[in-house]
Design a binder for this molecule. Sequence first.
Ligand SMILES: Cc1ncc(COP(=O)(O)O)c(C=O)c1O
Length: 402
Amino acid sequence: MSTTLAVLGGTPVGGDRVQVFERAWAELVGARHAVSFNSNTSGLFAAIGAAGVGPGDEVLVPPYTMSASATVAIGYHAVPVFADIEPDIFCVDPRSLRERITPRTKAIVVVDLFGHPADLDPIMALAREHGLVVIEDAAQAPGAVYRGRRIGSISDMTVFSLNYHKHIHTGEGGIVTTGDERYAERLQLIRNHGEAVVADRGITDLVNAFGFNLRLTEIPAAIGIAQLSKLSHLLERRVENAEYLSKHVGALPGIAAPSVRTGCTHVYYVQPFLFDAAVVGVSRERFVGAVCAELPTAEDRDWPMMSAGYVTPLYLQPMYQQQIAVGASGCPFRCPHYTGTVDYRKGRCPVTEEIEERRMIATEFMRPPATLDDMRDVVRAFEKVYEQRRELASSAAGERRG
Ligand SMILES: Cc1ncc(COP(=O)(O)O)c(C=O)c1O
């Protein structure tokens, strides 16, 4: 194993395991370049930098995602503007994106939430029309396909996570794919103290050419190479489990299985079901609690296998509500470079709020090494609670009265 890390003053391309891993990942998704990072968050951050985002800019992003999808814009002192999601696949809605573009918009962060691709064709067309860069947060979607094309080969930069609860992992890690050599170079500069090498490399465009230490190292890269060889097998197991649950749990009136659009694949980082309390006759929270009580909890986990709701819409977090992020003076939301007025009020993205507050049940039962036998237990638990839903509802009413 080479000791050539991507050190300051050394080569910015990384050690030889890093390079093998990057080539293998680029090949897997059909991209020209892959640049690895020590996390998906670092990769997203570098992609925002590579897109040339800076103070005064706005970055469009869905609010239904892990917080880093939006925070990385704030890292470059830009303002996240939230666009609503589509109610069937929970990814950002191209129509909402169009409505929220302003002259300040510089980039769009699209999230392939839960493992289903966002509707990339209209989003890419919109971005081209307005000269915007599309960064795809595919942390949850390695191996997914959109209209016959592999995720990682479509948007300007696509970012994958390799943290320990993803489909495959290196402990922590991330990797960005792109078809554009200039983005690949800038990603490398941001990953590894770019300011120190621009002179030697004859780089004259200094916008966001400075960097940090965001490097993936040789040992996780070596693990990543081994993990890659397991990806398709692990995905098959996961999809088989998820489809079994979709068929049986989704057959219960009032519980809808996740949609998969024509030409797309879903790789089920999370398996989302939509719950209709009016049809089932008991509250979502009560139902979820009862199903969880029927099933053993995995011992190595620090979060539940099933939850009522997924994440609070991001704009309702304290950082957005109070508009305090970089320093104490309100940067980037209230800053001399920013000429817009942000709106983070409740009601901003009604589809997201409705789904999160009333409809979403996020499940993770399908993760390997779970088997179809385990899925049968899960289905039995759902069916048992479903049969007892009237008793469950009346005991809940009794508790409220008591
Ligand atoms: C959609 C999304 N974006 C970003 C991240 C952050 O990834 P990482 O932990 O690799 O930085 C995650 C992690 O769960 C995620 O699910």
